[in-house]
Design a protein around this ligand. Structure first.
Ligand SMILES: [Zn+2]
Ligand SMILES: [Zn+2]
Length: 256
């Protein structure tokens, strides 16, 4: 699997963008960044979007992406999320007032630009050959991470979460098939109270999560840093020695 980092932060500063990952050039994992960070050819290839929750740093670029792909000569782009997430995007963002409803606007092939696909947690879905399961995590609003399988390789994408259990238990069951873990770490350890209140991890609570997976060979990719704390988070992460931890970098592509 090939994962391109479009944005890896839980906030914005020049050169630092909200969360968005592109899997094998066809699945967008969260949509905090896309319209400004991929060329139009790349944007046209996206067939499916997986949303973890409707906070703006995860959905904010989708309205502008919708404009860009209105000229697509292809099928509708599917937007997957739980009922909570889909309803929030439908009712509060692309609601016809804040922004047009692209599930009612047709692309150049005569298909609607977007189609919403409501999913439930703890159920495997086949999305164009990928095995996808949403698992509830522990944030300030209903949020899910994803386990995504392609062939024999699986990855975990945590979504925004503080300490949580289910997704790590599920990950543990995958054993050696689990090749990569993308997990958030938003704040440094001295802001643990703020992290707790806002439903996020710090390097030490991240370490507690990784321990729940038992012994793992998979790489651990850290994302969703609050941009101003990146350096200190990086320092603290480096002290964790038992795992292969990589702080993701924007515009980089990781091969799993
Ligand atoms: Zn976030
Ligand atoms: Zn959030």
């Amino acid at each position: 699997m090939k994962i391109k980092v479009l944005g890896c932060y839980g906030g914005q500063l020049p050169g630092k963008n909200n969360t968005g990952f592109l899997l094998n050039e066809e699945i967008l994992i969260d949509g905090g960044t896309i319209a400004l960070s991929a060329d139009i050819k790349t944007q046209r290839k996206i067939k499916n979007i997986l949303l973890s929750h409707p906070h703006l740093d995860h959905v904010g670029a989708i309205p502008f992406f919708g404009v860009n792909v209105t000229s697509n000569k292809s099928k509708s782009i599917n937007i997957y999320g739980t009922m909570f997430t889909i309803n929030a995007v439908k009712n509060y963002i692309m609601n016809g007032t804040i922004w047009p409803d692209f599930t009612k606007i047709k692309n150049s092939a005569g298909n609607y630009v977007f189609e919403y696909k409501t999913i439930i947690t703890n159920k495997w879905y086949d999305i164009d050959g990928y095995k996808v399961k949403a698992i509830t995590v522990n944030h300030t609003i209903p949020t899910n991470g994803y386990i995504i399988g392609n062939g024999d390789k699986y990855i975990i994408y945590s979504g925004d979460t503080k300490e949580t259990d289910e997704i790590w238990m599920e990950g543990k069951k995958l054993g050696d098939k689990l090749k990569a873990i993308f997990v958030e770490t938003a704040y440094p350890d001295n802001l643990i109270e703020l992290a707790e209140k806002s439903g996020h991890l710090t390097p030490s609570s991240l370490y507690n999560q990784l321990k729940k997976l038992g012994k793992i060979k998979s790489k651990v990719f850290i994302y969703h840093m609050k941009p101003e704390y990146e350096k200190i988070i990086e320092k603290e992460i480096k002290k964790i020695k038992d795992y292969r931890i990589i702080l993701v970098k924007e515009t980089k592509t990781y091969f799993i």
